[in-house]
Design a binder for this molecule. Structure first.
Ligand code: BMA
Length: 373
């Protein structure tokens, strides 16, 4: 074969084109895991603060147990596959988050869970940057506008994002991997109980808040470990769900938060049916939106406080989600200092046996099965 000389410019172009594809980021690998769970028609179970305390034990006991104890494991032998955590308080460099958990312990639990094969998600009940109240301070409708470019709290807000970025990038495993995190900022914004809620800012202000948060953490700070979850509150229709959607380029997971509330005098069975209807409706349109937008869907928060229905897990929650391609379901926390404030099982709870049946259902993925994904 005749040997031809290739000009150097073309050679360089050929070399550049033949460079192997870049390694996927931690976030891309996490998204692929979620997609694999959905493809195998399974649903990961998640519990907020699971490794940090339980219904009858506190954070010091969690530390003593090497963050290897959870109410869920005490009941069924395995931790939840997903660990929910919250960043609220990081913005002011508090040593503890809004529920009194030392950020060093939060970091240790997140890393331990990842090293055991689990997935971690963070919400952020950030304080009100304008009034200095908490996340629930809705006394002003100027707050979101104040943190956007040109607003009086913009510089302050960037410093808050810096502190969140510092913490989220400090989650390192022994192998040196930065723990991938499903990050779920500015949640339940279709209600108006947080300063970023629907009646407190315009559509453009809300989507700009998301874009500022995303672009600052990703482009400015270079974080590559965040999978971005959008999670409106429940009980709304598709138009409201999508009204403030920040955009396909900055959202990875379509979530929704829906709780069961029983009105005074209402039968538990009726509020259970209402939860099932609301979850069914939302997951119905989210399933289609997920397909159209190429996103994973999830029930990002749910629960029935105190779980007075002893078969809630298998007769209310499981039937409501099992027909939909949901990557995960997360129930809220089991407070150690408030007897009635629990959304997960614990030894001695009325729903204990039913939770074991739920965790053992072939659809449900606990930590012990996470290494398959
Ligand atoms: C709420 C309650 C509060 C807690 C907050 C943030 O639903 O559990 O006690 O402070 O979430 O975790």
């Amino acid at each position: 074969m005749k040997k031809t000389l290739v000009p150097i410019g073309i050679m360089l172009t050929i070399c550049a084109c033949s460079t192997p594809a870049e390694d996927p980021t931690e976030a891309q690998r996490l998204t692929a895991r979620l997609q694999a769970v959905v493809a195998s028609q399974k649903i990961i179970y998640g519990h907020e603060d699971a490794l940090l305390y339980g219904h009858a034990w506190n954070t010091e006991q969690a530390l003593a147990a090497g963050f290897d104890r959870s109410d869920v494991k005490d009941v069924c032998g395995s931790h939840p596959g997903l660990l929910g955590l919250d960043l609220g308080g990081i913005e002011l460099q508090d040593s503890c988050n809004l529920d009194g958990l030392d950020f060093n312990y939060i970091r240790a639990a997140a890393v331990a869970h990842r090293e055991r094969g689990g997935i971690v998600t963070f919400s952020w009940h950030a304080r009100n940057p304008l009034t200095e109240g908490d996340a629930w301070d809705v006394s002003s409708a100027e707050v979101v506008a104040s943190v956007l470019e040109g607003g009086e709290k913009h510089a302050l807000f960037l410093s808050w994002l810096d502190r969140a970025a510092d913490f989220l990038s400090s989650l390192k495993t022994v192998e040196g991997e930065t723990v991938p995190v499903i990050f779920r900022p500015w949640h339940e914004h279709t209600g108006s109980w947080f300063w970023w809620g629907r009646n407190l800012c315009s559509v453009d202000e809300y989507t700009a808040l998301w874009r500022l948060t995303h672009d600052y953490l990703v482009s400015e700070r270079g974080l590559t470990n965040l999978v971005w979850a959008y999670s409106p509150g429940g009980g709304s229709d598709e138009a409201v769900y999508m009204e403030r959607y920040p955009g396909d380029d900055i959202v990875d997971v379509l979530g929704v938060d829906i709780y069961q509330y029983t009105a005074p005098g209402e039968e538990l069975a009726d509020s259970g049916r209402r939860l099932a209807e609301q979850v069914g409706d939302a997951l119905g349109y989210m399933e289609r939106l997920g397909r159209e937008h190429g996103k994973v869907i999830a029930l990002t928060e749910t629960g029935l406080e105190s779980i007075p229905d002893p078969t809630w897990w298998t007769e209310v929650l499981l039937p409501a989600v099992e027909r939909h391609p949901v990557a995960y379901v997360l129930t809220w926390r089991n407070a150690w200092d408030r007897d009635e404030h629990f959304y997960g099982p614990f030894p001695g709870a009325a729903c204990e046996a039913d939770f074991r049946a739920f965790a053992g259902d072939e659809k449900i993925v606990m930590l012990s099965e996470m290494n398959n994904y």
